[in-house]
Write a protein that binds this ligand. Structure first.
Ligand SMILES: [Zn+2]
Length: 222
C-alpha cells in the first residue's frame, strides 16, 4: 500500500474516532499515570541518533526494560536504519513533531504539517499510527489539542520528572540522584537519547528503582 493512501485511511479512521475536546483543553494533557500504581515510564526525546540511540537500545534490552522514544521527523529521515531498528524492537515509538518548532508560534497549517508529516514518515517505515504526541518544549494550545486529541485520537503526553539532561551543566550523577530521590509510581521521566548522559543513567536507575518495587512500562501503559 502506498504511504499516502495508508495515511489517508488512517486519517479517515482517526476522524471517525474523534474525541470531544474538553472546555479546558489542558485537561487532556497527561503528566503522569496513577500515583497508586508501581508503574513508571522512561521516555527519550529528539532522536533517533545514529550512535547513541542504538547503544541505549542495547542497554535497555539487556535490562529487559521497556521505554518510549518520542522521535523527530528530520532525525528519522537522516537515520533510517536506526528508525528501522527501533520499529522492529519492542520499544514504543511516538510523535514529537517534524522539526521541534514551538507549536504555539506557528500557523495552524504548519502545526498540522509538523505532526502529520512525521506520522507519514512513521507509517511509511512500518510504524504508527502513534498513540502519543509530545509537543516540543511541552508547548501546546487548543488548536494542537483539537488536532492531536480530537482529530487524530492521540494522547498528549508531557512528563512529571524533567532530568534537564540536555543542559551542559547537568551531570549524569545529578540526574541519577534526582531520579532516585524523586521517582514514584506513575512517573513519566523525560530524557533525551541524543545526549550521552542517558547511557550512564539508565544502567544505574533501572535496577535501583526495581529494587524498590517499581516496574517499567511504555508510556501508554503508565
Ligand atoms: Zn524535544
Amino acid at each position: 500500500m502506498r504511504p499516502a493512501l495508508a495515511t489517508l485511511l488512517w486519517l479517515a479512521a482517526a476522524a471517525a474516532m474523534a474525541a470531544p475536546v474538553p472546555q479546558n483543553h489542558r485537561d487532556t494533557y497527561i503528566y503522569h499515570g496513577r500515583r497508586s500504581s508501581s508503574l513508571v515510564a522512561l521516555t527519550f526525546d529528539d532522536g533517533p541518533h545514529a550512535e547513541r540511540t542504538p547503544r541505549l537500545m542495547r542497554i535497555l534490552e539487556e535490562l529487559d526494560c521497556p521505554a518510549t522514544f518520542f522521535v523527530l521527523g528530520n532525525p528519522c529521515r537522516a537515520n533510517p536504519r536506526t528508525l528501522a531498528a527501533l520499529i522492529s524492537s519492542d520499544f514504543e515509538i511516538a510523535n514529537h513533531s517534524m522539526t521541534h518548532r514551538n507549536l504555539r508560534e506557528v500557523s495552524a497549517e504548519r502545526m498540522r504539517q509538523e505532526i502529520d508529516g512525521l506520522e507519514e514518515i512513521l507509517i511509511a517505515a512500518g510504524a504508527g499510527p502513534s498513540r502519543q504526541f509530545r509537543p516540543p518544549y511541552g508547548n501546546a494550545n487548543r488548536a494542537v489539542v483539537e488536532h492531536v486529541y480530537g482529530e487524530l485520537g492521540m494522547d498528549i503526553c508531557l512528563w512529571s520528572i524533567d532530568t534537564n539532561d540536555w543542559r551542559s551543566g547537568t551531570t549524569s550523577q545529578e540526574i541519577i540522584d534526582q531520579i532516585l530521590r524523586d521517582a514514584r509510581g506513575g512517573d513519566i521521566i523525560l530524557m533525551h537519547d541524543i545526549h550521552a548522559k542517558a547511557l550512564d543513567v539508565v544502567p544505574v536507575i533501572v535496577p535501583a528503582l526495581r529494587e524498590r518495587g517499581l516496574q517499567f512500562v511504555t508510556v501508554q501503559l503508565v
